[in-house]
Design a protein. Structure first.
Length: 727
């Protein structure tokens, strides 16, 4: 994924109505020069006005902005061809010859106008073909729907004020996008105003990708006269902000690689790696691969692999070169250390002890193969011959063994005690009986009616159902799930699903990723699946929740999750938490459910202070438009957000915090006692007072600190409706 392969995608039904603030305006008069441009393109003067009318006709489709679909024309090549054919037929009325330079220029002008209008631009008659082409290409470069909507709002405002220069329109749009992230106008004029739109986009994208919803903080301190300089200054600032010391001694590739690695770690692994890397830098180490190795060796020590045992695993450069001839020994050593850390970290305590014992005669090169065989034996132990694993890689085996080891023995006996072909069906029935949720078992048919999903929907395999059982058990208290989860929730599985279509259009090449380098150990150590996503939550028109687990969730490590929790289980808790927080009461009127969404989002947003561009408290909607992952929505207290993905949106903040609340409560309490106490109340008192006291003590908080946190939480939540302007 970026992150598509590590993201957990949240799709909410009314979030399809993207943030769009577009000013309706009448056609501005053409200047004499602009008219001349039109005449030169259209040929005979008696056709220019008629062609202008054709160009402007697309403005009429903007009467209902709910119908403006940013993804449609961008990604649908068939629609683009259909529209081009229609435009050709209409332009032929002015050019019966149907070919030639003038004809082609007019076709391009109308096509560019339709594209801009399809994104909300109120095209004016004075815009000639070249100008409309510049606007189209500018909008096409964006891969964020909220950014497009905000740029269009600025462009329309400039047009209605009489501005006719396209370069100014684009520059003003960029100024607005930076301003919405908190970059003051004077700073934009001083640092950014002379840069090209491509450079500005890459700069915004870098800050947005690696600082998520606090990008404005780093854009406001960036220094440089080109993208490379701006990127470097922001990368070093991000590293320093995350607590890394001595970054000035590191080269840019190392800084960028560390920033990338931070992005895929959770609070516990991040803290350990940071301490180890800082210590190594103080001792003069500057090689990225050595820093990565030392950070992951520190995690391995926490997992029970002491320094003496680590020493016996180490191998020489020569041995590494023989085993991995295409890699430098330092890189091979760093990658092998990362793989070992991931394979062990997913194991619960007892299983990890057994896994460590299996490594007695192994070295770093052979450890993955040894553990793969060990996890195969454990899968066979827990699942008999009912669970197929022979085609699985080591990481997937580790995930499955971890999940199976946590199933109650009675559940394993019920699921795996009969015919192997019935194991998945038996486990699905146990889940439905015990927890009341629905398990979708109709391959080739999507439970939400989305025909584009149907071909990828499969009957959930044992691994998915094992993760689902463990997730539901983790979220249950006295056998009861939190509010909004149960009969109104359906869980399905998809494999091989296509990645979400990019905002990149069919007529423009995507620019190169500005981040780099990517040949470094990190989240890309393990192979990716086919879907590119881990999970999804959506609601139908009645508010019933649909949860999808994607195939990638069965394959990946859990660096941003909890020790002993597979990626699949963590993803399902994440998605179930979306269902718990959003969607409202099933069957209630849409307006009532949307009001509930806004209130709950605002309450949560108040705790780490998520704000919209006008500095109102974030509530998931601006006016009547519901947004998701709007880069202009910023968070003030990033240190209280569990993961980088949680820092992408208030809803993701809630869903990423929840697995720590249920599976690693002391870490969640350390992150934010106010969030912990809010979520505890939200779940109906998942932890009682004695448990809260114990968890607080583990997190270093005494009774008075907890009482103060509760008062603070209640005060923020009570003010939230007013501060979000929904009271």
């Amino acid at each position: 994924m970026r992150r598509e392969c590590s993201q957990k995608l949240f799709i909410h039904d009314h979030n399809n109505r993207l943030r769009q603030h577009v000013t309706h305006l009448s056609t501005a008069p053409r200047s004499e020069d602009a008219t001349d441009n039109v005449l030169r393109m259209t040929g005979p003067s008696d056709t220019s006005v008629l062609l202008d009318e054709l160009v402007l006709a697309g403005n009429e489709s903007l009467g209902n902005l709910d119908n403006v679909d940013f993804a449609d024309f961008r990604n649908d090549s068939k629609l683009a061809k259909k529209m081009l054919a229609e435009i050709r037929r209409k332009v032929e009325k002015f050019h019966p010859e149907g070919h030639g330079k003038a004809y082609n220029e007019d076709v391009r002008r109308v096509f560019n106008a339709r594209y801009a209008q399809g994104h909300g631009v109120q095209v004016q008659a004075h815009l000639d073909g070249s100008e409309l082409s510049k606007l189209r290409k500018y909008l096409q470069r964006e891969d964020s729907s909220p950014n497009v909507a905000d740029a269009v709002r600025s462009i329309n405002s400039s047009l209605i004020s009489g501005q006719q220069d396209v370069e100014f329109l684009i520059g003003d749009a960029e100024r607005a996008l930076f301003a919405e992230r908190g970059v003051k106008g004077e700073r934009f004029d001083t640092v950014f105003s002379g840069l090209s739109p491509e450079t500005l986009k890459k700069t915004r994208d870098f800050a947005g990708s690696w600082a998520n919803s606090e990008s404005g903080k780093f854009l406001s301190v960036a220094q440089g006269t080109n993208f490379n300089e701006l990127r470097e200054s922001m990368a070093r600032s991000i590293l320093s902000e995350r607590g890394y010391q001595g970054a000035e001694t590191l080269d840019l590739d190392t800084v960028l690689s560390l920033v990338r690695d931070i992005d895929v770690e959770g609070p516990t692994t991040s803290a350990t790696i940071k301490v180890a890397v800082n210590a190594a830098i103080r001792q003069g180490e500057t090689n990225y691969f050595e820093l990565s190795r030392k950070g992951n060796e520190a995690i391995l020590q926490e997992l029970g692999l002491d320094s003496k045992r680590l020493a016996t695993l180490r191998v020489s450069d020569k041995e590494l070169k023989n085993a991995y001839p295409d890699l430098a020994p330092a890189e091979a050593r760093a990658v092998r250390t990362r793989v070992l850390r991931d394979l062990l970290r997913v194991c619960p305590d007892g299983e990890r002890t057994a896994a460590l014992d299996s490594l007695n005669d192994a070295d770093l090169i052979g450890a993955e193969k040894v553990l793969s065989k060990h996890f195969g034996r454990r899968i066979r132990h827990f699942g008999s011959d009912a669970v197929e694993y022979t085609e699985m890689g080591a990481m997937q085996r580790a995930n499955l063994a971890s999940g199976l080891s946590k199933l109650p023995e009675q559940v394993r006996n019920t699921a795996f005690g009969g015919a192997a072909s019935r194991s998945a069906a038996n486990l699905a029935k146990v889940i439905e009986t015990q927890f009341g949720v629905n398990v979708h078992r109709k391959a080739g048919r999507a439970p939400n009616g989305n025909s584009s999903y149907s071909r990828y929907v499969q009957t959930p395999p044992v691994q998915t159902l094992t993760d689902l059982y463990n997730a539901l058990a983790s979220m249950s208290k006295d056998g009861k799930l939190p509010q909004n989860l149960g009969p109104s929730t359906t869980v399905a599985y998809m494999a091989g699903a296509p990645k979400s279509p990019s905002m990149t259009p069919v007529l423009l090449r995507q620019t190169a990723d500005p981040v780099g380098p990517w040949d470094r150990p990190g989240s890309w150590v393990h192979r990716e699946g086919k879907s590119g996503y881990f999970g999804e939550c959506s609601q139908d028109e009645e508010g019933h929740d649909g949860i999808f687990l994607f195939d990638d969730a069965t394959l990946g490590p859990n660096g941003d999750g909890q020790v002993g929790v597979s990626q699949g289980e963590g993803t399902l808790i994440h998605e179930l938490s979306h269902a718990m927080q959003l969607g409202g009461t099933p069957g209630a009127p849409t307006s009532e459910r949307e009001a509930s969404d806004r209130l709950r989002t605002a309450e949560w947003a108040s705790l780490s202070r998520w704000t919209e561009p006008d500095m109102k408290l974030a509530d998931g909607a601006i006016d009547d438009y519901f947004y998701y992952y709007d880069p202009a929505v910023q968070v003030s207290v990033r240190s209280e957000v569990a993961t980088s993905y949680g820092a992408s949106d208030p809803a993701e903040d809630f869903a990423e915090f929840s697995p720590f609340f249920f599976k690693d409560p002391s870490t969640a309490m350390k992150l934010s006692p106010t969030k912990f106490l809010y979520l505890n109340g939200f779940t109906g008192g998942f932890y009682d007072e004695s448990q809260l006291a114990r968890i607080g003590e583990e997190a270093g908080l005494n009774a008075e600190a907890l009482r103060t946190a509760r008062i603070d939480m209640e005060a923020k939540v009570s003010r939230a409706p007013l501060e979000a302007a929904i009271a």
